[in-house]
Design a protein around this ligand. Structure first.
Ligand SMILES: C[S@@+](CC[C@H](N)C(=O)[O-])C[C@H]1O[C@@H](n2cnc3c(N)ncnc32)[C@H](O)[C@@H]1O
Length: 390
């Protein structure tokens, strides 16, 4: 038992400690500036869940303070004693500062702020950052960091993956603009999908298929395949690639307004590179009035009804072209009951040993099962149900 919980804690710690690369931040932010050069002008940007002394978020926004036209940059860190991963040495920046406090260094969060040219060299940049210890540990949920959130216009970070849902809710409930990194699967979370559907949150500008590399704590265990991929991309050492990472935002960028170029149903079936579509054509769900479109590049231009498309469609989603109707969760049809050798129908709760297919389910925003689409799929692929805009 003790071993299991240690393993669990190690895994969770590992899952929270990934550090974003400068080039990935730069590429993403540039896409917003291309769309609107004033995206950040006169704005207060908050970078929570950061380690400002060496974070690339702090470095990027501080270096580009003037170019972006920022009013104020705030970056906060989480105290090492509150982290699950406690291997940490204070930086020289901290220990050599007159503000260094041995009693606070491990238990207090820190705040870094940039507003003015403190060294009077004629520009505001990273050398003008001012810092002090926070009253508390820098938990984003603390009253102190909530107050900083309320003073900010845009929140940018790579939040702890284990608290992603809570973090996004924390920002959006306060009506903030955000730019955050998460896992693509978060799209289907019941706490996240309603915002996507309501067009209050969308995918960032960097495409899903772009590999993102993250630094990990020194010596952290990393899947050798991901380590090798990171090395291939030029990041050798304590780095990993996280295949499903992507940006979530509610800042406007140009790519989301580029409509997909589509063929008709007839053309798709005739010219598709997907053998199954060519052979079987488009299929309808058994119990729901929608057509299954297993590949985003096979969405037809001439179908006006509802269509179930892969969740990766959201990477290409243009709100002027399609509306999102709902989410079909691909899930094992039957869930184990407390008599675990039986399985129960999620709607009726009736145990049933026979049916073990995978089905698609429409769930409500609370995650309750509403409709069984009944379409037997070969795995647990979820679908976004969309409809062409007239
Ligand atoms: C995925 S890392 C990203 C760090 C940094 N933003 C970056 O991208 O380089 C998330 C950080 O949030 C910290 N963290 C975990 N729980 C937190 C909490 N409740 N409040 C604030 N930060 C937290 C973790 O310790 C970790 O350093």
């Amino acid at each position: 038992m003790a071993n299991n919980s240690n393993l669990g804690a190690a895994k969770a710690a590992k899952n929270d400690e990934f550090y974003t690369q400068y080039a990935d931040i730069q590429k993403e932010v540039n896409a917003y500036l291309e769309y609107n050069p004033d995206t950040f002008r006169d704005k207060t940007v908050l970078l929570p869940c950061d380690d400002p002394e060496w974070s690339n978020f702090t470095r990027f926004f501080a270096q580009n303070f003037e170019r972006l036209g920022l009013k104020r940059l705030i970056s906060t860190s989480y105290a090492v004693e509150s982290k699950r991963y406690k291997n940490y040495e204070p930086t020289l920046f901290e220990t050599e500062s007159p503000l260094f406090d041995i009693d606070k260094t491990r238990v207090k969060g820190k705040i870094f702020e940039l507003t003015r040219d403190t060294n009077q060299n004629g520009r505001i940049d990273i050398d003008d950052l001012e810092w002090h210890y926070l009253e508390g540990d820098g938990d984003f949920r603390s009253a102190e960091v909530c107050a900083l959130r309320d003073q900010s216009d845009i929140i940018v970070t790579n939040p702890p993956f284990s608290l992603f849902r809570e973090f996004v809710a924390w920002t959006l409930k306060a009506n903030k603009r955000i730019l955050v990194i998460g896992n693509m699967n978060a799209l289907t979370y019941k706490e996240i999908f309603p915002y996507i559907k309501a067009n209050k949150l969308w995918m960032g500008a960097t495409g899903f298929m772009t590999d993102m590399v993250f630094a990990v704590p020194k010596g952290a265990e990393v899947d050798p395949k991901d380590k090798a991929k990171a090395a291939k991309l030029g990041y050798v050492g304590d780095y990993t690639r996280l295949g499903n990472s992507c940006w979530f935002s509610n800042l406007e960028h140009g790519r989301r307004h580029e409509p997909l170029r589509l063929m008709t149903m007839k053309e798709n079936v005739r010219y598709s590179k997907h053998k199954d579509l060519k052979e079987k054509g488009y299929q309808h769900y058994d119990n729901y009035d929608a057509m299954d479109v297993p590949y985003t590049d096979s969405i037809p231009s001439d179908y006006d009804g509802q269509m179930g498309v892969p969740i990766t469609f959201l990477d290409k989603y243009c709100p002027e072209q399609f509306e999102i109707v709902t989410l079909g969760i691909g899930e094992a049809f039957l869930k184990p009951t407390k008599f675990y050798k039986y399985f129960a129908d999620p709607i009726t709760g009736v145990p049933n040993k026979e049916k073990r297919d995978y089905h698609l389910w429409i769930r409500d925003d609370e995650g309750r099962y509403l409709t069984d689409l009944g379409y037997r799929v070969n795995g647990v692929f979820s679908r976004i149900i969309i409809r062409k805009k007239q």
